[in-house]
Design a protein around this ligand. Structure first.
Ligand SMILES: NC(=O)C1=CN([C@@H]2O[C@H](COP(=O)(O)OP(=O)(O)OC[C@H]3O[C@@H](n4cnc5c(N)ncnc54)[C@H](OP(=O)(O)O)[C@@H]3O)[C@@H](O)[C@H]2O)C=CC1
Ligand SMILES: O=C(O)CCC(=O)C(=O)O
Length: 425
């Protein structure tokens, strides 16, 4: 039997962790904290890297590398998604875990931050292989997860089925069913109404609030959405439902454009049938990179990190950027957008709808009492809009960008928790 080491594990050229640490350093400087606080918050509290051997359907085997990083748990259990992508690297997982800490603190959800990942391309595997790899990864990280310790959820390349396998593996190990071990699980297993679309709902609440803030009418406003996965797909649908013209959408295979507004529901059908937006008859195909530079009211990056950077920021013509993805904008691009008067609504605010409803799901699962869809949706809207107002007011009062304001508010809450608990260095 052959053993294949899947994909070389090499560090990417510019790491999201550098971006995350630069954002933290700026917040720490404004707050007047010392180097000790920076060091503590720049470094994960706990992390685990595991080998994940996989027996393939044909009898051969592969070895993948998995991580779980718990950046912080001073305000509650660590919380964050699990990513399956060939690009997963420990540096990326550390950055994503740090952003989860700020997101939970900003939205006042009683969690710290975590993230996990395996350097696997889920598209290259059968369901049976994905189930085996998920169960093995879960068994390996079992000592550090738990409903009161660290609660995984879906992220890029994972979904509610992945969460169901994690829940089952964990529960079988414990000897009883533990629905609170994951969120984003199927409703039939104790998932919450509204979790599957919660991130996109939240992105839409924030995008509409940002358009209003800028004096742009929703009806007929133009938008571009990068990524047509769990976040981008429903965000495009909800924006179109609100009257916004979604003029371009991309996935990793290409981009489609229709300047009179894409029929998002028809594109969704095409996607379901073919696996990509490419080839959709109701639109023209064009270069996915050019899409980020279209002259629109709203740009929603909802795919991966680092897509808006020093090299393209000067050419971006959107009036507002709402970050559906985590870490799509580098600090250098942020500075360019600030100089050019482009409003950037940061990830830790814009895409927080997912973790808010994950929190609702965890509360419901732990109480074994479930809410209806309307209750979930209205509580989500309330929290997103309150956080938007708070960040906008704080930014205006202190002449900050929305990212700086959001990060400072979040970092201050986490540092405060350390201080009150007596862990302040
Ligand atoms: N799921 C959630 O609840 C949350 C997700 N996020 C963040 O949102 C982002 C998207 O996550 P999610 O939707 O869950 O992930 P999915 O795996 O469901 O979808 C990812 C999408 O991005 C596309 N994509 C990947 N690379 C590129 C690229 N280079 N250019 C254009 N499109 C690309 C994929 O294309 P293809 O389909 O062709 O592979 C797919 O459409 C991530 O940054 C994630 O961390 C943030 C908060 C919560
Ligand atoms: O729902 C969650 O727990 C976390 C979702 C996530 O990974 C994110 O917000 O980036």
């Amino acid at each position: 039997m052959s053993l294949i080491i899947a994909d070389a594990v090499t560090a990417p050229a510019a790491t999201p962790l550098e971006d995350a640490r630069a954002q933290l350093a700026e917040a720490v400087a404004v707050l007047g904290y010392d180097q000790g606080i920076y060091n503590m918050l720049a470094t994960p509290r706990r992390e685990m890297t595991v080998s994940v051997p996989l027996r393939m359907d044909d009898g051969s085997s592969r070895l993948y590398i998995g991580h779980r990083v718990q950046h912080n748990f001073s305000r509650g259990p660590a919380k964050g998604g699990l990513r399956y992508s060939p690009n997963v690297h420990i540096e990326e997982v550390r950055a994503l875990a740090m952003w989860m800490t700020w997101k939970c603190a900003l939205l006042d959800v009683p969690y710290g931050g975590a993230k996990g990942g395996i350097n696997i391309d889920p598209r290259q595997h059968s369901m049976a292989e994905l189930e085996r790899v998920t169960r093995r990864y879960t068994s390996e990280i079992l000592p550090i997860i738990g409903q009161e310790r660290d609660i995984p959820a879906p992220d890029v390349g994972t979904d509610e089925q992945t969460m169901a396998w994690i829940m089952d593996t964990y529960s079988v190990n414990k000897g009883y069913t533990v629905p609170g071990i994951v969120t984003g699980k199927p409703i039939s297993l104790g998932g919450s109404h509204g979790r599957a679309s919660a991130t996109s709902r939240g992105v839409t609440h924030i995008a509409l609030a940002a358009l209003t803030h800028h004096g742009i009418r929703h009806q007929g406003a133009t938008a571009v959405v990068q990524g047509f996965g769990k976040v981008g797909h429903d965000a495009a649908l909800f924006l179109a439902e609100a009257g916004v013209l979604v003029v371009a959408i991309s996935d990793q295979y290409g981009a489609v454009r229709n300047d009179t507004g894409l029929d998002v529901a028809a594109l969704s059908e095409h996607m379901r049938a073919t696996g990509s937006v490419v080839g959709f008859t109701g639109a023209d195909e064009f270069d996915a990179l050019d899409m980020l530079e279209l002259d629109v009211d709203l740009l929603v990056p909802a795919a991966v990190e680092g897509v808006l950077h020093e090299g393209n920021a000067a050419r971006v013509r959107a009036t507002i950027i709402v970050e559906g993805a985590n870490g799509p904008t580098s600090p250098a691009a942020d500075r360019i957008f600030e100089e050019r008067g482009i409003l950037v609504v940061p990830d830790i605010l814009a895409n927080a709808g997912g973790v808010i409803v994950s929190y609702f799901e965890w509360v419901q699962a732990n109480q074994a009492y479930w809410w209806n869809a309307e209750e979930v949706e209205s509580k989500l809207a309330e929290r997103m809009q309150a956080a938007w107002r708070q960040v906008v007011e704080y930014a205006a009062k202190r002449a900050l960008t929305l990212r700086a304001a959001a990060t400072i508010l979040a970092v201050e809450r986490v540092a405060e928790a350390h201080k009150i608990r007596g862990l302040y260095p």
